[in-house]
Ligand binder design. Structure first.
Ligand SMILES: NC(=O)c1ccc[n+]([C@@H]2O[C@H](COP(=O)([O-])OP(=O)(O)OC[C@H]3O[C@@H](n4cnc5c(N)ncnc54)[C@H](OP(=O)(O)O)[C@@H]3O)[C@@H](O)[C@H]2O)c1
Length: 240
């Protein structure tokens, strides 16, 4: 297997960290971004950055794309503000859109010159089960749906360069993010678990394996797709 260099946002914990470890174990170089360092070093470089800081992210990406030939991006970082429609503020909406969507766009733009030149590249966005409709997730689901749409657009724009673009949409996965927003005993947690045909939450590694497949040569003919890794939760719900 050819060794590649992948950038992973939100690489310190949860799904991003599990994916970084899987890619690292396959011999790839992983450039990880997050505010706090992962507990174990990545198989590449970790850069501490608050992705809400647009100027700093621009500098970090300029630095990373000059230092490394980026072969692919795992747009994993996400921000969720669980709230009913009446309580969504412009600030929440903008921050949610920025962390989920604008950061992904900036990362892809940083890797595009190399991916286009070498005619090989991989983009995996992280969507969410909420794109099929989940109450009190308005700003988050809107941002995640934008990522699904961007992957479809990019799949068409970049196909001529042999760059694939897909979205992985996790269902309830046991991570800090999920546990904070759906604490044990909460109504929302129970609602999620009741809606999972496999009757359990997923693990970050189960998502990471799907991402690593799309990042590999084995996933070369899959592009523009939104793949749910959700224990079947999205089945029977209206799909976008
Ligand atoms: N868990 C689920 O059930 C689930 C379901 C659907 C979709 N997702 C999506 O999956 C992705 C990963 O979620 P997760 O559950 O793995 O979350 P997590 O365990 O909370 O990890 C989030 C990662 O993002 C980093 N991060 C968060 N805000 C950041 C910021 N402002 N700047 C830099 N790094 C930041 C965190 O690191 P630091 O705190 O160190 O900065 C951490 O590495 C997200 O896009 C999420 O929306 C998750």
């Amino acid at each position: 297997m050819q060794k590649r260099t992948f950038l992973v946002t939100g690489a310190s914990k949860g799904i991003g960290n599990a994916t970084a470890k899987i890619l690292g174990a396959q011999g790839h170089t992983v450039i990880g971004l997050a505010r706090t360092a992962p507990t174990e070093p990545l198989s590449g470089e970790f850069v501490a950055v608050d992705l809400l800081d647009r100027k700093l992210l621009k500098e970090v990406l300029a630095d990373m794309s000059s230092k490394y030939k980026l072969d692919g991006i795992f747009n994993n970082v996400g921000l969720v503000n669980p709230e009913p429609a009446e309580e969504i503020t412009e600030e929440h909406l903008n921050n949610c859109y920025h962390v989920n969507v604008s950061v992904a766009l900036q990362c892809v733009q940083a890797a595009l010159p190399n991916m286009k030149e070498q005619k090989w590249g991989r983009i995996v966005n992280t969507g969410s089960l909420t794109v099929v409709g989940v109450p009190f997730r308005g700003s988050y689901a809107a941002a995640k749906t934008a990522l699904v749409s961007l992957a479809r657009t990019w799949a068409l724009e970049f196909a001529q360069y042999n760059i694939t673009a897909n979205t992985i949409s996790p269902g309830p996965i046991e991570t800090e993010l999920f546990n904070t927003n759906n604490p044990p005993g909460s109504e929302s947690r129970q609602r999620y678990i009741d809606g999972i045909p496999l009757r359990r939450t997923g693990t970050p590694e189960e998502v990471g394996e799907a991402v690593s497949f799309l990042m590999s040569d084995k996933g070369a003919f899959i592009t523009g797709q939104n793949i749910f890794v959700d224990g079947g939760s999205s089945i029977g719900k209206s799909l976008i």
